[in-house]
Design a protein around this ligand. Structure first.
Ligand code: NAP
Length: 433
């Protein structure tokens, strides 16, 4: 005897939604066998209901709120995008006890707390594997597989657009603007690339990862953020000469302050990464996340971080979990926020810097520059002098120091007569010295 169907509302039929509906439809029997009951798509919400959308026309609606409220909808899949509209829809679904699967990192990075509270109250599931790194399972491993461990660090490449651009700049030697335009032509960058190239998308994902890893609510506003739009082809050349490449990293880390207080850090910026670090070989639009846990040691997750079908894979994994819970009873893990750790300001974080500056070609420059570092207790690891005359350059790589000391040093370098201008400042990650 066939069990009663579990009703699913799909909100959105774009890149992700259309793949969710396709795979659900094509593999309906497998889904039923895996869940124990069939899934029935009750409706698909879109803005534009006219024309051939590749799905039965009677399923389409431009009234997502009505669809969410229907009695025969048990689970809501939110793949709309935006914040305000999905927030209302997801909240209303959760308040009615309907489980929600969302791929919406921007929404979660602002409102996980509110949504998780609503889910907890009505005992509904809230799943969001697809919101971080597309197809790559990283949310569930952190939340469930590592629930018995202590995660100290999560660092990764979580934005495919910026990784595509940086990899292409590294490979071709082309400059940023030219490579961004090419990424747009190839479909790797959106018409307005700001959210990707300025690091907002990665910051949302960092907030989600930090919240789960450290059992603490972290929002996008807590994440320190710099994008890649100032990276030049010269930076990539210099990186190569230092046996490094440049990656936009999202880093979430437990730290202990000099006063012995436990804090967390969540930050996104382009950084030099040594070529022998596992993240250095993650190229093109691929994503990777490295997790360091006390007992498990280092784990690495790698794969397609975006795209309709890969993202749908993560959404559908969540859908199967939520549907099984509906069928057998029980529920997924609750939000874990007990640790309530404070987020440390960026200035307190220990980082290494690479500073490239155009300098006057005269004796004593090196000593003058070195003195600025030493005044702030910033120890220099290597110095390189390149070129001569108007092209004279100094490239300094520091040891670990407080980020505030490093940025003060750079500010003072800019005031020196012997420094024509500070051409580039980047952090160096993936080393510990
Ligand atoms: P998309 O291609 O722009 O599709 C959005 C869909 O939502 C469209 O079908 C659109 O309808 C519908 N929609 C938007 N606002 C609506 C409204 N107010 N009422 C009814 N329908 C509405 O977006 P996407 O790339 O699939 O992304 C969806 C979500 O997944 C986003 O939160 C995104 O951040 C997340 N995500 C995407 C990827 C990816 O690779 N694309 C990866 C990970 C996560 P029309 O078709 O009629 O315009």
């Amino acid at each position: 005897m066939t069990s009663k169907p579990i009703g699913v509302a799909v909100l959105g039929l774009g890149n992700v939604g259309s793949e969710v509906v396709r795979i659900l439809t094509e593999n309906a029997e497998d889904f039923e066998a895996r869940i124990g009951a069939p899934l029935a798509i009750r409706g698909i919400a879109v803005r534009r209901v006219d024309g051939d959308r590749g799905v039965p026309a009677e399923l389409l609606t431009d009234d997502p709120a009505e669809l969410v409220g229907r009695d025969d909808v048990d689970i809501v899949v939110e793949v709309l995008g935006g914040i305000d509209i999905p927030r209302k829809l997801v909240l209303s679904a959760l308040e009615k006890g309907k489980s929600v699967i969302t791929a919406n990192k921007a929404l979660l990075a602002e409102y996980t707390g509110e949504l998780a509270d609503a889910a907890e109250k009505s005992r509904a599931d809230l799943y969001f594997e697809a919101a971080v790194a597309g197809a790559i399972p990283v949310v569930r491993p952190l939340m469930q597989s590592l629930a018995g461990d202590r995660v100290n660090k999560v660092a990764g490449i979580v934005n495919g657009t910026t990784n595509f651009i940086l990899s292409a700049m590294d490979e071709t030697g082309a400059d940023y603007a030219e490579t961004l335009a090419e990424a747009g032509r190839l479909g790797y960058a959106e018409a307005d690339p700001t959210a990707d190239v300025e690091g907002y998308d990665a910051a949302s994902k960092a907030a989600i990862l930090a919240s789960i890893a450290f059992h603490t609510r972290v929002t996008a506003g807590d994440v320190y953020r710099e994008g890649i739009s100032k990276i030049t082809s010269d930076d990539l050349e210099t990186a190569k000469s230092l046996d490094c490449t440049i990656k936009l990293l999202a880093i979430c880390e437990r730290i202990v302050t000099p006063k012995g207080k436990e804090r967390i850090s969540a930050r996104v910026y382009p950084a030099l990464v040594p070529l022998n670090h596992p993240l250095a070989s993650v190229n093109g639009a691929f994503n990777a996340v490295v997790v360091e846990a006390e007992a498990a040691g280092r784990l690495m997750f790698y794969g397609q971080g975006a795209g309709g079908a890969p993202t749908a894979s993560a959404v559908l994994g969540d859908l199967v979990m939520a549907a099984r819970n509906k069928f057998y009873g029980g529920r997924g893990p609750l939000e874990s926020k007990y640790a309530k750790l404070k987020v440390a300001p960026m200035g307190d974080i220990l980082t290494r810097y690479y500073v490239s500056m155009q300098v006057a070609d005269k004796p004593g420059v090196l000593a003058t520059v070195a003195a600025e570092f030493s005044k702030r207790d910033v120890s220099i690891s290597t110095v390189r002098q390149q070129g001569s005359g108007d092209g004279a350059r100094l490239v300094v790589v520091t040891h670990l120091a407080a980020d505030s000391a490093l940025s003060d040093t750079v500010a003072s370098l800019e005031q020196l007569d012997v420094v024509v201008h500070v051409a580039s400042v980047l952090r160096l990650e993936g080393t510990t010295v």
